[in-house]
Design a protein around this ligand. Structure first.
Ligand SMILES: *[C@@H]1O[C@H](CO)[C@@H](O)[C@H](O)[C@H]1NC(C)=O
Ligand SMILES: *[C@@H]1O[C@H](CO)[C@@H](O)[C@H](O)[C@H]1NC(C)=O
Ligand SMILES: *[C@@H]1O[C@H](CO)[C@@H](O)[C@H](O)[C@H]1NC(C)=O
Length: 529
């Protein structure tokens, strides 16, 4: 693989690649697409800017960039005789729904002891056909990173108790049953839909989620600062949440919106991803508005208000078309005009952080218009798999208008390249972040976490059991609709994807370096403009 990075043969090799590569980009099924695309981009950069003297530099920045795309995706095969999952609510409204026990297969309600937290969960579930499963997406490797702070010490009950003051709720799983103790109400229904996700996981992988005890915070901003903990200081309290940055040690978990966000009418991901895919087909990329689009709530972050300076209405053409999302108005009009699947009508889409990361990221990337991503320190569980110039075009936060204008002008002159970035980004979201992988991520994360526990979890006195029936039977309105739509319908009858190994420090260093160089490169392109 390394061979053709040698600078001597670069041009022959690249043009060779391009000739055979364009076809494969179109069919979008070949291996190493990301690499070919990147090569195409680099070639244009080289030619259009006469950066011949920079060849070695550019080359070194692309080595290894083929890693992401050369992947075969697998899908869980739920065969016709997969065990169905059903929700049965009492007909009499005054009767409290009870949690039905869901056993893995017909074989077992043997009173087995609960799985020991000291060993990995046994695959007691008699998984029927287990085709050798493929490796999980690369971003799963960050599970090891998130848990590394406790790798040497393990996680004691004292550490978990210390995390309590940061938590909205405590989740305990014992012998396949889930219990929650709520400490404070989370914003809107974030906690409800997060717990609903846990219920689906337990149902999809019966017998596979080990006994565990964890603290969860549903707010945006990560809080466990790594500078407060370390070798000579106490180990950090383990706190699960949706977002972190480079300076914090919060453990990343998929956010509630994968199961739905009723307050703003955002449907469950499994459905919305499909709708966006369909929406993409409506207008060919070339026929879309040749500008960068963003619509959202600007009041949650100064940088978003700042972004609005780039709007065309301010008298200058920065190639941006920016709109306020008025949620109150949208609610009153039944959310007409704010359907995310209808927002792929522009050639470029802007992603910008909110108070921290924003759940909009997956919807924006899912449009096959390239994402102009305003660089941000915040990450969620999957965004760590994204690479600038491969999955998105990076925008400088300190010069948003100029940066956006340049990106759009560039893309409008280089259709093929721009479309490729759009495609690689949306393929990543649609394939590697499909719901089945979201569940596998949760399963692997919880399994690894549970292995670190140095005590046997117990049900806290004030915790209550929750399950399909307890959550869905009494729900109403859009909450009920989304709970129903995101409910898993049958048990997975194949193995989860296999967990990839931890990064070694050198690999992490290389990834950071690759990112840094790529950003630098765009910066230099902008400067020359
Ligand atoms: C529902 O249950 C309550 C209490 O058990 C009972 O009094 C009531 O008659 C029941 N209603 C119906 C329609 O069965
Ligand atoms: C954690 O420690 C074990 C040995 O105790 C080692 O094999 C493993 O690779 C470590 N994991 C990480 C993520 O460093
Ligand atoms: C941005 O400009 C467009 C086009 O003139 C306009 O429709 C829109 O309302 C403007 N957005 C904001 C937030 O002012």
């Amino acid at each position: 693989m390394k061979g053709w990075f040698g600078s001597e043969g670069l041009f022959e090799d690249l043009s060779e690649r391009i000739r055979s590569g364009i076809a494969s980009i179109k069919s979008s099924s070949s291996k190493g697409i990301g690499f070919v695309i990147f090569a195409l981009f680099i070639l244009v950069v080289l030619i259009s800017t006469r950066w011949i003297d920079r060849v070695p530099y550019v080359i070194s920045s692309i080595s290894g960039s083929n890693a992401v795309a050369s992947k075969q995706y697998f899908h869980h095969h739920t065969s016709p005789n997969s065990q169905p999952i059903t929700l049965r609510c009492p007909l009499n409204d005054t009767v409290k729904p009870t949690c039905k026990r869901r056993t893995s297969t017909a074989t077992s309600p043997s009173p087995s002891p609960s799985p020991s937290p000291f060993s990995s969960p046994s695959s007691s579930s008699a998984l029927l056909s287990s085709p050798s499963s493929s490796s999980c997406p690369e971003y799963f490797r960050y599970i090891h990173e998130d848990l590394r702070p406790w790798n040497a010490t393990g996680i004691t009950v004292e550490m978990v108790e210390r995390a309590k003051k940061h938590a909205n709720f405590r989740l305990v799983v014992l012998d396949g049953r889930a219990y929650v103790e709520q400490y404070s109400k989370a914003f809107q229904t974030r906690d409800v839909f997060t717990l609903w996700g846990i219920v689906q996981l337990l149902n999809l992988y019966p017998g596979r989620v080990p006994d565990l005890d964890l603290m969860f915070n549903c707010d945006d901003i990560p809080i466990i600062r790594s500078s407060d903990y370390g070798p000579s200081k106490p180990p950090p309290p383990p706190v699960f949440r949706y977002c972190k940055d480079g300076a914090t040690l919060d453990i990343l978990f998929p956010d509630w919106s994968f199961w739905g966000w009723p307050e703003v009418n955002i449907k469950p991901w499994v459905k919305l991803a499909e709708e966006i895919k369909e929406g993409n087909k409506r207008i060919k990329w070339e026929d879309r508005e040749p500008y960068a689009f963003w619509k959202g709530n600007q009041w949650v972050a100064r940088t978003r208000q700042d972004l609005f300076k780039c709007n065309v209405s301010n008298g200058r053409e920065w190639n941006a078309r920016l709109f306020t999302q008025d949620w109150e108005g949208a609610r009153r009009s039944g959310f007409k005009g704010s359907n995310l699947a209808d927002q792929c009508d522009y050639r470029y889409k802007i992603y910008i952080e909110g108070r921290a990361w924003s759940v909009s990221e997956k919807y924006i990337l899912a449009c096959d218009s390239p994402t102009l991503l305003v660089n941000t320190p915040f990450m969620d569980f999957f965004s760590r798999g994204l690479m600038p110039m491969q999955h998105y075009w990076p925008i400088r936060p300190d010069q948003k208008c100029k940066s956006i204008k340049f990106a759009v002008d560039w893309g409008n002159k280089n259709h093929k390249m721009a479309k490729s970035i759009g495609k690689v980004g949306s393929d990543f979201i649609q394939e590697e972040v499909q719901m089945e992988y979201v569940y596998d991520y949760m399963l692997h994360l919880l399994t690894q976490y549970a292995k670190l526990l140095r005590y046997k979890p117990r049900k806290p006195e004030k915790a209550t059991e929750f399950c399909l029936e307890s959550m869905a039977c009494k729900a109403s309105g859009l909450v009920k609709t989304f709970l129903t739509e995101s409910m898993a319908r049958s048990v997975y009858d194949s193995e989860p994807c296999t967990m990839p190994p931890p990064f070694d420090p050198k690999e992490l260093e290389e990834i950071a370096e690759r990112k840094r160089k790529s950003l630098k490169q765009v910066e230099m392109l902008e400067k020359r403009d």
